[in-house]
Design a protein around this ligand. Sequence first.
Ligand SMILES: NC(=O)c1ccc[n+]([C@@H]2O[C@H](COP(=O)([O-])OP(=O)(O)OC[C@H]3O[C@@H](n4cnc5c(N)ncnc54)[C@H](O)[C@@H]3O)[C@@H](O)[C@H]2O)c1
Length: 335
Amino acid sequence: MKFLVTGGAGFIGSNYMHYVVNKYPNDYFVCLDALTYAGNYNNIKDLEGKENYKFVKGDITDREFIDKLFDTEKFDVVINFAAESHVDNSIKNPAIFLTTNILGTQVLMDASLKYNIKRYHQVSTDEVYGDLPLDRPDLLFTEDTPIHTSSPYSSSKAGADLLVGAYHRTFGLPTTISRCSNNYGPYQFPEKLIPVVISKALKNESIPVYGTGTNVRDWIHVIDHNVGVDLIVRNGKVGEVYNLGGHSERNNLDVVKTILKQMGKSEDLISFVEDRKGHDLRYAIDSTKAEKELGWDRTYTFEKGISETVDWYLNNTEWIDNILSGEYKKAYSEK
Ligand SMILES: NC(=O)c1ccc[n+]([C@@H]2O[C@H](COP(=O)([O-])OP(=O)(O)OC[C@H]3O[C@@H](n4cnc5c(N)ncnc54)[C@H](O)[C@@H]3O)[C@@H](O)[C@H]2O)c1
């Protein structure tokens, strides 16, 4: 089968590319990425030369380009990881989030319909469910939890999810959606909490923590997320939504302290800053459906995953420095 994977130079997409290209030598994977500031060709450079893989630079919102690509490549499956993904950016500039996350999804689905794609998978987020109270640990998001968003980012992802549902029901597009909790692991752009903490701590710089650091996230290793996406794409039921969660709720301050401890750095580096506007309090996912229907499970505990992740960044300081200096932008050159 031939797969189009969009956003494959980003954090989760690049981990996905490594996973599937190596696991399925008889399938063919085209990685499409616009290489925005968050796309880093270094994340996938080592896949160059693999027989079942190629990289294409391009924008999912470019209708003409996407149509041509589908016409030429004859994909069987489309997996859409491409998105603007940073909540803080969405608060400063919502427009690009609506364009990429909603209209880009529409462009991909229109092409998927026109070229009779066998499966369109939308990579979504638990943030579409809004947040949960801190004092109700019994409450979890299920696939039936109403959409109730807080940020322009989550609203744009929810808009895309609703459109995916509509394309399935109205036009019969064979879709699936996965909604996952907060990911951590290698190749995460140093604007998100965990790589920010590590890169600042390495330089003994102050580490900003929003509010009092009590916001809770359900942390999942990126590999566990990607195994779930792959299972949904191959075995999930058309028209369905599947939640994927880490079963590892931690508040932000605990996460920061865990990392500092492993790095042998002082907690004095922590500096509490003004809270993010509309900051969601708690996310927690019930992934029983994916576990029961697809046999999906996590292989990482938070302790093992975070420890390996910190080690990865410490062993790859060049990767971070390359981003901080802007050098990573030169990693891809048109042939
Ligand atoms: N990071 C998380 O914890 C998390 C959790 C759940 C779901 N998600 C979802 O997973 C997906 C990937 O997230 P991520 O953290 O890897 O994001 P990321 O920002 O690291 O990567 C996004 C990638 O998409 C590419 N891209 C952006 N606009 C594009 C466009 N118009 N055309 C083509 N490519 C474009 C970027 O260049 C980048 O490589 C997103 O859809 C996100 O909403 C993320």
